[in-house]
Write a protein of this length. Structure first.
Length: 263
């Protein structure tokens, strides 16, 4: 009787070990990420690309011109197939999909329904000048009709927004004053304004003015404007936008600049 009990106990332990091993192998198979291969079947697929997204792993890809696709997935993951031309389709990956290594996905074209339109042949004469007078026109919508108030206030630049943020708050201003961030931002703002003024000159005067009238190579135009900007008169004339005075100013500057650059 004792031998029989020992044999039964040994068999019981063996079965538990086998069951545990099967459980571990099953978990590994179901939890392992593999490549989910497949092909999309749909009408006129060669002209469109379908977005293929693994919703569980937040990974995505697209199909090739023949509909083939390849995406990382594991058993139980939901794969979304999305496109404007086709209906949304979700597919749950099974263990067979990973073992078979190939899955066919059928997509249905999206149907775009339109309201019926009735065309009366007697409504128009066929002459545009006459038919335009017969078409009832609604008044043009304005901001006042919609109750919208437009703001013509100049929007701040990105660097101006950063400076405003650095000065806002109880702690931001003293901290940014101490670490020098506010000073750095203001320095960057001055550089951007200076560069904008140079670009304004080039746009106002035009490229041909510098290349033809002043005989400055196009490659040196921006450098010549920077050279002129060192003169205090430059800022005054640039703000006034007096074209005649600007022309005279640049003509006086061009000879010294050419000698300095050895042009």
């Amino acid at each position: 009787m004792l031998v029989t009990c020992k044999g039964f106990y040994g068999l019981f332990v063996t079965m538990k070990i086998i069951t545990f091993c099967i459980f571990i192998i099953t978990c590994q198979v179901y939890g392992q990420t593999e490549n989910f291969h497949g092909q999309i079947h749909a009408d006129s697929l060669t002209a469109f690309t379908v977005n293929i997204i693994n919703l569980n792993q937040s990974k995505g890809t697209t199909n090739d011109e023949h509909g083939y696709f390849d995406i990382k997935a594991k058993t139980g993951d939901t794969i979304l197939f999305s496109s404007i031309q086709y209906q949304r389709y979700e597919y749950v990956v099974t263990i067979n999909d990973l073992f078979n290594k190939f899955t066919k996905i059928e997509l249905i074209p999206a149907v775009q329904s339109m309201h019926p339109v009735t065309v009366l042949s007697s409504m128009f004469s066929g002459y545009l000048s006459e038919d335009l007078t017969e078409i009832p026109l609604r008044p043009t919508l304005t901001d006042d009709m919609l109750g919208v108030k437009r703001s013509f206030k100049k929007q701040p630049t990105p660097i101006e927004r950063k400076i405003y943020t650095a000065k806002s708050g109880i702690l931001d201003l003293p901290i940014n004053l101490i670490n020098g961030k506010l000073k750095l931002l203001r320095h960057v703002e001055q550089i951007e304004k200076f560069e904008a003024s140079l670009q304004k000159v080039e746009k106002t005067m035009g490229t041909e003015f510098f290349t033809k009238q002043l005989a400055i190579p196009e490659l040196y135009i921006y450098d010549f404007i920077r050279y002129c900007a060192d003169d205090p008169i430059f800022k005054i004339l640039n703000n006034t936008e007096d074209r005649f005075k600007l022309i005279e100013f640049y003509r006086q500057k061009v000879q010294p600049y050419r000698l300095w650059k050895d042009i």
